[in-house]
Design a protein around this ligand. Sequence first.
Ligand code: ATP
Ligand code: MG
Ligand code: MG
Ligand code: MG
Length: 470
Amino acid sequence: MHTANEIRRVFLDYFRKEGHEIVPSSPLVPRNDPTLMFVNSGMVQFKNVFTGQEPRPYVRASTAQKCVRAGGKHNDLENVGHTARHHTFFEMLGNFSFGDYFKERAIPLAWNLITKEFGLSPDKLTVTVFSEDDEAFGIWKKLTGFPDSRIIRISTSDNFWSMGDTGPCGPCSEIFYDHGDKIFGGPPGSADADGDRFVEIWNLVFMQFEQVTKTERVNLPKPSIDTGMGLERLAAVLQGKHDNFDIDLFRKLIEASAEISRTDPDGVHKVSHRVIADHLRASSFLIADGVLPSNEGRGYVLRRIMRRAMRHAHLLGCKDPLMWQLVPALVLEMGQAYPELQRAQAVITETLKLEEERFKVTLERGLKLLDEETAKMQPGAKLNGEVAFKLYDTFGFPLDLTADVLRGQKREVNMPEFDAAMERQRATARAAWAGSGEAATETIWFDIKQKVGASEFLGYETESAQGIVT
Ligand code: ATP
Ligand code: MG
Ligand code: MG
Ligand code: MG
């Protein structure tokens, strides 16, 4: 069996042998892009290399990049626990060519790795290309001998990548693994493609053009390659599992969660264990990179993730804070590949514990209130937005936490009412602003920093205290 740790190594070794520089993952807080909440793909740290603004001593690189998709354009938070393939935190394995090789090399490199090195059966694979990309279609055809029906032409933005309204852009080609007809979902491009049967494992982006203005697009003099493959998805395939949460790494975390909470890992609490394992990774890696829970920006995304996990710990019947007790299991699994986890272990532990202790009382009271409210409601009715706002404002329930509770009952929040309540409160706050209670919160975090030590607190490679202030 290939463990997740082995797969990462095999991937990087393969591209090293193919003349790629192995570059460490960048921190999750982007250094070069204030508009981006978190690093969400392997190419982020190379943005300026692709555009030629930043020279590097190599033209080929390969990485295992830490990614978080829990805010902004890519947000998979709601998917976690409900699909077999989405995490908030995951590792993206990638190879990059900066004006060096292009499609003719990138496609065979990928194909050779998954079918030869990793031994995947071509019978289980289907690929897509952008509808206009005859070149990629031809390369795939020659390489695989697939019938046209398994080199699917897609005309949507799923197969055309761009950095923004202007800048480098180009067609993509994606590789899908067919987990078999016992699982719901149609092939890529079909009406029910969003199931978990055909799982996208690898996305190859061919940066071929530059969008100069809204209407003008020119050929890049030196086209580039950017690819991304989810380590957890590949591990699932290689370990004969359908579900990412059944791979070795997640099993270890789920078993730790089950053991400490004395519950069955696979019974009625299955979803809760998955959410906890996923959110443990996201929270710990974010904290290691200098993000701390707060009420705005990145810190609020972290807080939302942490509080969601705590609600699930509550569902398991945990009387004591749970998340911090799982940190050793995570460090054991991932600390070698990501030493920043080891370095930040103390601050991760303290932060998880403190947040959970502080939230516990209002979590319980808020859930009780929510139970009382939903008991009174007609089937299918939306939750009064005022109640959701009270939970948010008085009990510290991020809106998505309330939504997550309601989802289990097939209910939603009445959003216009919630928004109105929020707006009313903002107006009042603006009128009567005289410092806020947040000062006390910040002091607590400052105390942790003092206790644990600033260098560990900052995490590795963080250039400034940016992540702390959030
Ligand atoms: P999907 O369509 O399944 O949501 P995507 O098209 O959003 O995936 P990309 O942006 O192309 O994904 O990212 C490249 C690769 O990263 C994907 O092919 C997949 O293997 C992996 N990946 C993307 N999002 C996630 C996630 N939330 N959790 C785990 N792996 C992911
Ligand atoms: Mg997606
Ligand atoms: Mg996709
Ligand atoms: Mg994709």
